[in-house]
Design a protein around this ligand. Structure first.
Ligand code: ZN
Ligand code: FE
Ligand code: FE
Ligand code: ZN
Length: 277
């Protein structure tokens, strides 16, 4: 296989609408074609609730244009382009978010936890708040919220599952039982989990989720997708060889590929064999 030509799709990409990424949906599509990927899902940040924040997500006034633009690309590249979105899970906003998501024809929704209460724990501008915190407690709270997100029924794919490691703050072994509990909740909720390569570009320098978590997900029968979390077109499909390698080390032989659907049914998928490296 050609270097860099990996026959898998990338379902986690952003656009300039979110205020901290560059490029249009079409730019991301072109990048995916150049990389030889088998599909591209645009999944920009759904407006943040309860208060909009234009530095972390698009605003509600941007949504119709976003949907229209990606739908237009879908028409031009049927079966190759998917309309996704990345929405925040926050306990006090999930009912509104779930209702609002229903108003748009998203093919899939990535559910992500970026906040513990008011604290944007993965935001570089708020990294100072780790000092003085009990890191295991941060993890327990985070894992609990991800489990709640899985069970909310609002999401197709769970984003960057162990995001709390982003700045290198890792849990002690005592948190292991909470990770096992999360895996059980994911199985019960029947959601997909993405292998997200953006962690390689962050201080932790590691794919989300870790090999240890991914192995447990595999044993439990949870299906996976792939995402670069690209915030610029040059990041589309980035480090996907390493992502496939990790999946294979974790015991995976298949991944979930979204199936084009006109029925309005969200995100039916087929299991496809992992490409060999
Ligand atoms: Zn982002
Ligand atoms: Fe995210
Ligand atoms: Fe993202
Ligand atoms: Zn993300």
């Amino acid at each position: 296989m050609d270097a860099g030509k990996l026959l898998i799709p990338d379902y986690h990409t952003h656009t300039e609408l979110c205020g901290h990424a560059v490029g249009t949906p079409e730019d991301y599509l072109r990048a995916a074609e150049r990389q030889g990927l088998t599909g591209i899902g645009i999944a920009d940040h759904f407006p943040l609730l309860p208060e909009a924040d234009r530095s972390v997500a698009m605003s509600f006034s941007d949504l119709p244009e976003y949907v229209k633009e990606v739908e237009e690309l879908k028409r031009r590249y049927p079966g190759y382009v998917f309309l996704g979105i990345e929405a925040d899970y926050r306990p006090h906003t999930i009912d509104r978010v779930r209702a609002l998501l229903e108003e748009y024809p998203f093919d899939y929704v990535i559910g992500s936890v970026h906040f513990l209460g008011p604290w944007g724990f993965d935001d570089e501008r708020q990294v100072g708040a780790y000092s003085g915190r009990d890191i295991d407690r941060v993890w327990v709270e985070y894992l609990q919220l991800v489990g709640d997100a899985a069970e909310s029924g609002a999401f197709t794919i769970l984003g960057h599952l162990d995001l709390a490691k982003k700045f290198g703050y890792r849990p002690s072994l005592a948190v292991d039982v909470e990770i096992d509990r999360l895996v059980e909740r994911i199985v019960g909720a029947e959601v997909l989990v993405e292998i997200n390569t953006a962690g390689l570009r962050k201080p932790v320098k590691e794919i989300y989720p870790s090999l240890s978590i991914l192995s447990r997900l595999n044993r439990a029968g949870v299906n996976i997708t792939f995402g670069s979390d690209a915030h610029r077109p040059s990041e589309v499909g980035l480090d996907f060889e390493r992502a496939v390698q990790l999946a294979s080390e974790a015991g995976y032989t298949e991944y979930a590929a979204l199936r084009p659907s006109d029925t309005g049914e969200r995100a039916p998928f087929d299991l496809k064999p992992l490409p060999s490296l």
